[in-house]
Design a protein around this ligand. Sequence first.
Ligand SMILES: Cc1ncc(COP(=O)(O)O)c(C=O)c1O
Length: 119
Amino acid sequence: MHVYLDNAATTKVLPEVIEAMIPYYTEFYGNPSSFHSFARDAHKGLDDARRTVAKCLNAANPAEIYFTGGGSEGDNMILRGVAQAYRKKGNHIITSKIEHHAILHTAPRDPAYAQRTRG
Ligand SMILES: Cc1ncc(COP(=O)(O)O)c(C=O)c1O
């Protein structure tokens, strides 16, 4: 018997999720950022999903919910965004040795900020 212990990285998708996604793989697969009719249908699906996630998380506004293509993109967006937002309070990012490479490789590449590593 195999036991999968890396569910934080990837995980089995519930059958209900697969069923809910089928229309977006087969019919509404347009780029939601475009203007054609395929895009409008996909955009509506994305808006519906954003409202559902916002409700689950008790977010005040669905516009607070951002979907990213993966973990690295999310790490980059938050790390750079928070550093930029707080740049007047300090120009350094503290990481630890156990951070994912998406964090460790982003922090020192942002030329506006120095990195101090504590491990
Ligand atoms: C904290 C963290 N960042 C980034 C990633 C990488 O995610 P992706 O391959 O979707 O970019 C992972 C994957 O396990 C992660 O745990």
